[in-house]
Write a protein that binds this ligand. Structure first.
Ligand code: BES
Ligand code: ZN
Length: 381
């Protein structure tokens, strides 16, 4: 694990071209049997299996203390070859809006984050196919609406998924002026799952406090502070809570694929998934695989300037969370995580993933980082 101090490339080059190399995808036949899913476990490597078999991959990896990610690509087996996206590199040129950011940071409330985690983890489950999953999404939507009722520049919507019950939720603060079409995404998954038992019973108790009521609550807090402050961004800021992450990043893939298809210019996608279990590690772990190195370096600068906690780098593995959906579509993603992988929270995906194991002060560091990034990128230079 190295501390990052690399340079972002020549100052003369003001444009950073982000491209993604994907191994050519093999041509897949349609499902050999009804109900099978196409599961990609490494770039260009996919096979047909049941949902239970896919979960078994993840469960086995977790038993080894590792993340076991995969994409369920049944609905989007061969995404178009990624286009090189052009990101004005000055976006990542270090903190430049301290006078705007500092007073907002003071508004972040660890207690509110804790209260949101308490509420979200009290749904019996937030499984993507369950009633609780749909109710949790409605509760999240209502929080966005309550914090922004006084603002006509903010819209809050469900992003519906025709194949399952739980919608994703999207709240937008519209940018003003010539940079308004550039979008910052602040996202994390709202669903939970209980992996014990074959095929993860959608009705099993799955509090998902750390995974991922914690990240969802950080997102709600960042939004609340921005909406109540009256801050008007130049770039558009979109807050998203994704459905169906726990079964192969399905909600975030649907959104990222649609944005790519509609040529939405996402300049940064920040992921919050697990933010309140530090283990023995104060500070923030920045994930370096399937993320953008320049954006990650910028996030480290923001931690130093605004959060004032140590940071380190680690890898998460293929498709471990929704940042990978954006990365796969060629967008720049960044993923600040609660702890190094070696110290991961072993209670996730069980009935023991509750607030009792968590630290809401640790969670507030992530809300501060997200808030700093939203304003630093949201404010044009
Ligand atoms: N929050 C986890 C990812 C995670 C777990 C990161 C442990 C680091 C340490 C996420 O919700 C998850 O469970 N991901 C699955 C993969 C997904 C595509 C099914 C996983 O890790 O197995
Ligand atoms: Zn999970």
């Amino acid at each position: 694990m190295a501390m990052s101090n690399g340079s972002s490339g020549g100052q003369a080059a003001r444009i950073l071209v982000v491209s993604l190399t994907l191994a050519a995808l093999p041509a897949y036949a349609s499902a050999p049997r009804d109900g099978l899913r196409l599961i990609e476990t490494a770039p260009g490597q996919a096979s047909w299996m049941t949902e239970g078999e896919a979960l078994e991959i993840s469960r086995a990896r977790h038993a080894e203390g590792k993340c076991g990610g995969y994409f369920d690509i049944t609905d989007d087996p061969a995404p178009p070859a990624p286009r090189a996206l052009e990101i004005p590199i000055e976006i990542y040129d270090g903190p430049a809006n301290e006078e705007t950011v500092r007073p907002l940071l003071a508004e972040v409330s660890a207690d509110r984050i804790r209260a949101s985690v308490d509420r979200l983890s009290s749904f019996h489950t937030r499984h993507y196919q369950s009633e609780g999953g749909a109710q949790a999404a409605a509760w999240i939507r209502d929080q966005f609406i309550a914090a922004s009722a006084h603002r006509s520049d903010i819209t809050v919507e469900f992003f519906e998924h025709p194949s399952w019950r739980q919608p994703s939720v999207v709240a937008r603060i519209a940018g003003v002026g010539r940079n308004a079409s550039e979008v910052i995404v602040i996202g994390g998954h709202e669903d939970s799952i209980n992996h014990s038992g074959w095929n993860a019973d959608p009705a099993a108790h799955a509090p998902g406090a750390d995974d991922n009521a914690s990240g969802t609550s950080a997102i709600l807090e960042i939004f609340r502070v921005l909406a109540e402050s009256g801050y008007r961004p130049d770039r558009t800021i979109q807050f998203m809570t994704y459905a169906a992450e726990e079964v192969g990043l399905r909600g975030s893939q649907a959104i990222a694929a649609q944005y790519k298809q509609q040529n939405v210019n996402v300049v940064a996608a920040m992921q919050f998934d697990m933010t309140m279990y530090p283990g023995q590690n104060p500070g923030i772990t920045l994930i370096t695989d399937y993320t953008n190195p320049e954006l990650t370096r910028f996030a480290a600068q923001l931690v130093d300037t605004y959060v004032g906690v140590p940071w380190r780098e680690d890898k998460c593995g293929y498709a471990c969370s929704d940042h990978a959906s954006w990365h796969r579509q060629g967008y720049a993603a960044v993923f600040p995580f609660e702890a190094p992988n070696a110290d991961m929270n072993r209670a996730i995906h069980t009935t023991r993933d509750t607030l009792a194991l968590l630290n809401h002060q640790h969670g507030s560091h992530f809300a501060k980082l997200g808030l700093a990034m939203a304003v630093e990128i949201g404010t044009a230079r």
